[in-house]
Design a protein around this ligand. Structure first.
Ligand code: TRP
Length: 457
């Protein structure tokens, strides 16, 4: 979403997404990113496979979809960002605290996300230059280790990635980027299918598929539940008003409930495909599923290496992943920038640079926490892991909790019904189910997972 829309908003005119496809393409563009292809497999791997996947699915459909409906209802109803939405619907209340949590979450997410996006750029160039041509899983592991623990190169690429964001955020060429990504995302989808087929034919693939899909219920612990909850929020771009902002540009006749289901289904599908690509390969090549944030970057090149025209596949893939990351970070940046412009009265230019200076600093810290700062940990987590954990597993679910209480209990139910049924024009058969989730299941589940994790339950 570029500055054109925000520019229009301040002048009192607002752009709207013209088509149904436009609505889907932009929201799915925000949802699909490193969260699906990098974070999902690494979370599944560290949290025991199928058990995590099961919890994740339950959370996506019982918490994610209803809360996405809530965000959509608030955004389209008020035509505002997260601060304005809470303010318009409950003037003078303390609900705007959700907005401040969102800003903190956004800055933390941008910081670690950009490091990983920087890795994709490095791997794109390595693929193009043909230097990703090694002969063993161990060699790929060593290569990535050497790169990511370095000081200069990973920070350089992090900053380069952020610079690409600045160009888009300042010039508002996002229209072009969005058109390009709308065109290229289906291609990403297609090549993921090709990679899935390839992985399924690897020797020993069944082991990986079993790991991914066979839940071992004894593995479901508080940490697994919290991880799955955080991943559901992160992957669906929920809990910090991102979907809310997008929906403020929806038309009055957009079907909010159906859009939420479709976005959640497509997003989960991409994540599952990433799992089907990664885990057979991990088991087939004798890797370690619990390798953590570096998992995908060690395994994927090994897969590409064994495919015919590997370098071509690999360049294409890392380029598309870079684009997918870009459409996601733009959506996160807009939350912070809109806040600085509208609440702090900064110019767009000043807001962008101010935010970026903070993110570059934090991003550099995240990057260095793989190398020189590896030993510096808080509660056993490196800076990178801490940012990831605090934003996804704490701040986003907390934002979701506030949202659930607000839309389920504070707003009168007529508001939600009007929004979710387009003022009665839709039959709204799902309305009762969605509101039961928003009112009872979401707050209760989030609270229980939190309490369980801090050991109270
Ligand atoms: N969902 C994106 C991904 O999977 C990341 C993202 C974009 C995000 N906007 C967000 C995460 C807002 C949390 C909140 O890569």
């Amino acid at each position: 979403m570029g500055n054109q829309e925000y520019g229009n908003m301040t002048k009192g005119k607002r752009a709207e997404f013209g088509t149904k496809l436009g609505v889907l393409a932009t929201t799915v563009g925000s949802a699909v990113g490193l969260g699906n292809i990098w974070r999902f497999p690494y979370e599944v791997g560290t949290h025991g496979g199928g058990a995590f996947l099961l919890c994740y699915f339950v959370f996506v459909f019982l918490i994610g979809v209803p809360l996405m409906c809530s965000e959509f209802a608030m955004g389209r109803g008020t035509r505002s960002n997260i601060f304005g939405a809470y303010r318009k619907l409950a003037p003078g209340g303390h609900w705007q605290i959700a907005g401040y949590l969102a800003i903190i979450a956004a800055v933390l997410i941008l910081s670690f996300y950009s490091v990983v996006a920087g890795w994709t750029v490095e791997y794109f160039f390595q693929s193009v230059s043909g230097s990703l041509n090694l002969d063993s899983q161990q060699a790929y592991h060593n290569k990535f280790d050497e790169f990511s623990t370095g000081s200069f190169r990973p920070i350089f690429w992090t900053i380069a990635f952020l610079a690409a964001n600045v160009v888009i955020l300042l010039r508002g060429v996002s229209n072009g980027i969005e058109k390009m990504s709308n065109l290229l995302m289906p291609i990403l989808f297609l090549i993921l299918i090709a990679f899935c087929v390839n992985s399924l034919f690897l020797p020993g693939a069944a082991e990986g598929i079993k790991f991914l899909f066979m839940p071992d219920f004894s593995k479901i612990t508080g940490t697994v539940l919290l991880g799955a909850l955080g991943q559901a929020f992160f992957s669906l771009s929920l809990g910090m008003g991102c979907m809310m902002t997008y929906s403020s540009y929806f038309k009055d006749d957009t079907n909010l409930v159906r859009s939420s289901f479709t976005i959640a289904a497509l997003d989960s599908l991409v994540a599952i495909m990433a799992g089907i690509i990664i885990f057979p390969a991990v088991f087939s090549f004798g890797g370690e599923p619990a390798a953590g944030p570096t998992l995908v970057f060690e395994v994927l090149p090994t897969i590409f290496h064994r495919m015919p025209f590997g370098a071509v596949w690999s360049s294409l893939f890392f380029f598309l992943l870079f684009l997918a990351s870009l459409t996601s970070t733009i959506s996160v940046s807009e939350i912070v920038i809109a806040f600085l412009i509208e609440e702090k009265k900064m110019s767009r230019r000043k807001a962008t640079w101010f935010m970026m200076s903070v993110v570059i600093l934090f991003g550099a810290l995240c990057s260095l926490s793989f190398g020189p700062f590896k030993g510096f940990t808080i509660a056993g987590l490196t800076v990178f892991n801490l940012f990831d954990f605090v934003s996804s597993n704490i701040l986003l679910p907390l934002g979701g909790f506030i949202l659930a209480i607000f839309t389920g209990w504070k707003l009168n139910s007529g508001y939600m019904r009007d929004q979710l049924t387009n003022n009665g024009r839709l039959r709204g058969r799902e309305f009762g189910f969605i509101m039961t989730c928003v009112k009872f299941i979401c707050p209760a589940a989030i609270l229980l997972v939190f309490l369980n994790c801090i050991g109270i339950l």
